[in-house]
Design a protein around this ligand. Structure first.
Ligand SMILES: Nc1nc2c(ncn2[C@@H]2O[C@H](COP(=O)(O)OP(=O)(O)OP(=O)(O)O)[C@@H](O)[C@H]2O)c(=O)[nH]1
Length: 380
């Protein structure tokens, strides 16, 4: 008889380990994998070039390590990564390898992390078996600044991080290097205000600090919205940024990271579901490729007691989930967005328009509220 009570196992957390070429990813991975708490970890390594070498450096190299050999993840992602994850699952489900409780994917230093996140967010089967735990970006304390200047991929890797590991801080042995490191930190304050920063040489990059960065605390399954969104840090960075602008501090508009902005949108009011759908559709349609990451928690008019959780990367939105309850007293709708080449004010105006808060001087708001085809909740 078929066991009707059988259900899908909990999705396995996946950590994406990224960072520019030579930043220190493999070194960090080895350190993490030597921790007994991570013995049940499967590893996927993506290497650039015909002959992969990194797997030789990963001491964990065994049956639970998959080498994605055919090149850059962003080019081969639909094939290699999906196949790699399915391969691991198949071998675990068939008892060929022991069950693993966690996956770490180390990308090549040149990879755009977004396509990897897309697979984890929208593959019809893999989203049931895996969940994105977080993005860990390794940055070289000595060369990080010049890498950000020269490579837009490195800027993107930093901007979408949940955790940033600063490697090679033990090499900051001259005043010039120390000054460069201070400038690097100042840039990261703006570029990735929501990411927790950890110093590898000080021993801060522990499994506990890097992993379980997702919404759920796997031990008690209670969602930790506050640290997942980290909206306060993003708001503080915005305020600091406004202060700089008022005092006329100049930024080089051509610098890659000056085109990236992290900001929050918050409201006390509940949001009509139709308005939320249309807002997200429009943001994805108009600015999808510029929306590096979106995280949010939303109070719906229709179901205010059960907040909706949003998580998106570019035009791909993870199927929204609903929490059974609000985790704390803060019941505001809060969105945290990281965008490139879009003014936060543009997105904020759009949100206000869908929330029925049209700015009188903005034709888009009036067009929505006066439009007989718009959902009733949005009409005047
Ligand atoms: N002094 C010092 N050296 C480090 C540290 N982390 C990494 N390295 C060295 O930096 C070099 C590159 O480190 P890897 O861990 O291979 O860097 P990676 O990001 O995996 O490199 P790719 O796979 O080529 O992109 C190696 O020689 C490491 O020994 C650190 O914290 N301090």
């Amino acid at each position: 008889m078929i066991d009707q009570t059988r259900r899908q196992p909990d999705p396995i957390p996946v950590t994406l380990l990224t960072g520019f070429l030579g930043a220190g990813k493999t070194t960090l991975l080895n350190r993490l994998l030597s921790d007994p708490d991570l013995k049940d970890t499967a590893v996927l390594i993506n290497e650039f070039g015909e002959i992969g070498l990194d797997h030789l450096l990963v001491q964990h190299f065994d049956d639970a390590t998959v080498l994605l050999a055919s090149g850059c993840l962003c080019c081969t992602v639909r094939g290699d990564l999906v196949e790699g994850l399915e391969h691991l699952l198949r071998r675990m489900d068939n008892g060929v390898i022991p069950p693993f409780r966690r996956v770490v994917i180390e990308t090549t230093g040149l990879a755009d992390p977004a396509p990897v996140l897309h697979v984890l967010m929208m593959h019809p089967y893999l989203v049931m078996r895996f969940r994105l735990d977080g993005v860990v970006t390794v940055i070289d304390a000595v060369n990080g600044l010049s890498t950000l200047d020269a490579h837009p991929e490195a800027v993107k890797q930093a901007a979408i991080a949940d955790r940033i590991v600063l490697a090679k801080t033990d090499l900051l042995d001259t005043p010039e290097r120390q000054a460069g490191f201070a400038s690097l930190n100042a840039r990261l304050d703006r570029l990735a205000p929501g990411a927790v920063r950890l110093d590898a040489a000080k021993g801060e990059a522990t499994p506990a600090a890097l992993l379980d960065a997702g919404l759920y605390n796997p031990a008690n399954k209670i969602p930790d919205v506050e640290s997942w969104l980290n909206a306060e840090a993003v708001e503080a960075a915005e305020a600091a940024q406004r202060g700089h602008s008022q005092h006329g501090s100049a930024h080089d508009a051509n610098r890659h990271d000056d085109r990236i902005r992290a900001f929050t949108v918050a409201t006390e009011a509940a949001v009509p579901a139709a308005a939320l759908d249309m807002f997200l559709e429009l943001v994805r349609g108009m600015h999808g490729d510029k929306l590096l990451r979106l995280k949010g928690i939303v109070r719906l008019v229709e179901d205010p007691a059960r907040p909706v959780v949003l998580h998106g990367v570019q035009h791909v939105l993870h199927p929204p989930s609903q929490l059974p309850d609000w985790p704390d007293d803060d019941r505001r709708t809060r969105l945290v967005m990281i965008v490139r080449d879009v003014e936060p004010a543009v997105i904020r105006r759009l949100f206000d328009a869908f929330m029925g808060l049209p700015a009188p001087d903005q034709p888009d708001g009036a067009a929505l509220t006066d439009n007989p085809l718009a959902p009733a909740t949005m009409r005047r």
